[in-house]
Design a protein around this ligand. Structure first.
Ligand code: FAD
Length: 451
């Protein structure tokens, strides 16, 4: 059977673009279908614009801290539409770069929404594309429970295009997206309420990290309503009123749900061609080689609902391209994936939490340090930094590195490399610190706080 393409990729996000361009680089004839903007969630409504907003909000701290270092107290005004316009220009520039990367690699870009018509054919508008192999890389989308009045709420997708900055916002969900947007809006001067169903924010992070982070975030003036959920939304005049499970009513200009994301599998025609999806959350079911229940159809990235991070989607895309069109098969190592939360404060983490280590039955030694970063002293900022190492009691191997405070993400990246190399606590102890930095604390913690 002769097909038009060796590979058709549905979705030009982080994973799809990487898989398409590498496969084409290995000599495959490839088309990629995209229904929205090139670059997917990360470039258009995720990591990149979010980080630009994080930078924008971080000036608030700089202005607040500056008088401690001899600067005057005058505070410049903030222009939200100017920020959104600058962000839009940057994203448009990146969209173009993605287009060029793909076409330079010889990938054909097909605009429109793809849907399977049979296991080897995808329809886009009035065009059909046939391929020997098809890769589903359609990502995910925000999900919100259908509480009464839910249609009055917004999601992270909307935050990047708000015509004006709200004066008050209620955010549901204390995961990384919720706390990052709470930090951004608070930094920009918005009265920010964060409603989270558990006692501490950032579920699944290390317990000390969660406690420290929650405390610091509250200390900054973000109103965290912990142990609660939003039961309904109502319009009252110009306000949106969120009613919590204890009857508390929070009036705001905007409500944002950040309570989860779901794989983008609807409308692809997967059921008709026999590609199984998980009934609970709708993720495409794949084996270790990213193969679906139809052997020549594969899936990577957020749509398989494993670890929803851009570098993971990229790694899966590369593994796919190497395996199918490169010189040798490759897998993805999901152990010790570092990650950051770009909130105020920032969190950087890699490896096991203390709780995970206990649950695995490991005997651990814990090192922990809580201190005031140097810059905060003259700034008069009463914020402390947390650093924590979880170490195997038997082998001395570092199981986990957890940091809460300025530049935590930047600090942890290097320690993630050390952990991949199997670093032990003794090796950290033998490493000379860089002085004066906060990161040197991670190589100078001598006394365990727990065994
Ligand atoms: P996506 O990037 O979502 O790409 C899927 C693409 O498929 C989209 O462009 C979509 O339009 C297209 N598509 C869908 N259906 C069809 C169809 N039927 N036909 C054609 N095209 C289709 N990750 C990090 O690592 N660090 C961060 O700091 C970070 N911050 C984030 C902040 C926010 C607010 C959000 C929402 C996510 C963030 N992420 C972050 C997660 C990251 O964006 C995703 O893990 C990553 O984009 C997943 O890549 P993907 O290729 O699987 O899917």
């Amino acid at each position: 059977m002769k097909y038009e393409y060796d590979l058709v990729v549905i979705g030009a996000g982080s994973g799809g673009v990487r898989a398409a361009r590498m496969s084409a680089g290995f000599g495959a004839k490839v088309a990629v279908i995209e229904s929205s903007h090139l670059g997917g969630t990360c470039v258009n409504v995720g990591c990149v614009p979010k980080k630009l907003f994080v930078y924008a909000a971080s000036f608030a701290d700089a202005f607040e801290d500056a008088p401690g270092f001899g600067w005057g107290r005058a505070r410049p005004s903030f222009d939200w539409p100017a920020l959104v316009e600058a962000k839009n220009n940057e994203i448009a520039r990146l969209n173009k770069i993605y287009g060029k990367i793909l076409t330079d690699a010889g990938v054909e870009i097909v605009e429109g929404r793809g849907r399977f018509v049979d296991p080897h054919t995808v329809r886009v508008g009035d065009r059909t594309l046939s391929a020997k192999k098809i890769l589903i890389a359609t990502g995910g989308k925000p999900w919100a429970p259908e509480i009464p009045g839910h249609e009055l709420g917004t999601t992270s997708n909307d935050m990047f295009f708000l015509p004006k900055l709200p004066k008050r916002i209620v955010i549901a969900g204390g995961g990384y997206i919720g706390v990052e947007f709470a930090s951004i809006f608070h930094g920009l001067g918005v009265e920010t309420h964060l409603v989270h169903r558990h006692e501490f924010l950032l579920n699944r992070f290390d317990g000390d990290v969660r406690r420290h982070f929650t405390e610091q975030l509250r200390h900054r003036g973000i109103h965290a309503h912990l142990g609660h959920t939003i039961q309904s939304l109502q319009k009252r005049g110009e306000d949106i009123v969120a009613t919590l499970d204890d009857g508390t009513q929070l009036a705001a200009d905007l409500q944002m749900a950040a309570v989860g994301r779901r794989p983008n599998t609807q409308g692809l025609g997967l059921e008709e061609i026999g590609v199984d999806v998980d009934h609970d959350r709708g993720g495409v079911v794949v084996n270790d080689d990213f193969q679906t229940t139809v052997p020549h159809i594969y899936a990577i990235g957020d749509v398989i609902d494993r670890i929803q991070l851009t570098p993971v989607a990229l790694a899966e895309g590369m593994a796919f391209a190497h395996t199918h069109y490169g010189d040798k098969p490759r897998g993805v190592d999901y152990e010790s994936i570092p990650t950051a939360v770009f909130g105020t404060p920032q969190v950087g983490t890699v490896g096991l939490t203390e709780e995970e280590a206990w649950h695995r039955g490991e005997e651990v030694v814990v090192f922990r340090s809580v201190f005031t970063p140097m810059k905060n002293i003259l700034a008069g900022r009463h914020e402390k930094m947390l650093m924590k190492l979880v170490v195997c009691a038997q082998t001395d191997k570092v199981f986990g590195v957890h940091v809460v405070g300025p530049d935590a993400g930047e600090i942890v990246q290097g320690f993630a490399v050390a952990m991949k190399c199997g670093a032990t606590k003794a090796q950290l102890d033998h490493t000379v610190g860089i002085h004066p930095t906060a990161a040197e604390e991670l190589v100078t913690m001598r006394t365990p706080v727990k065994k």
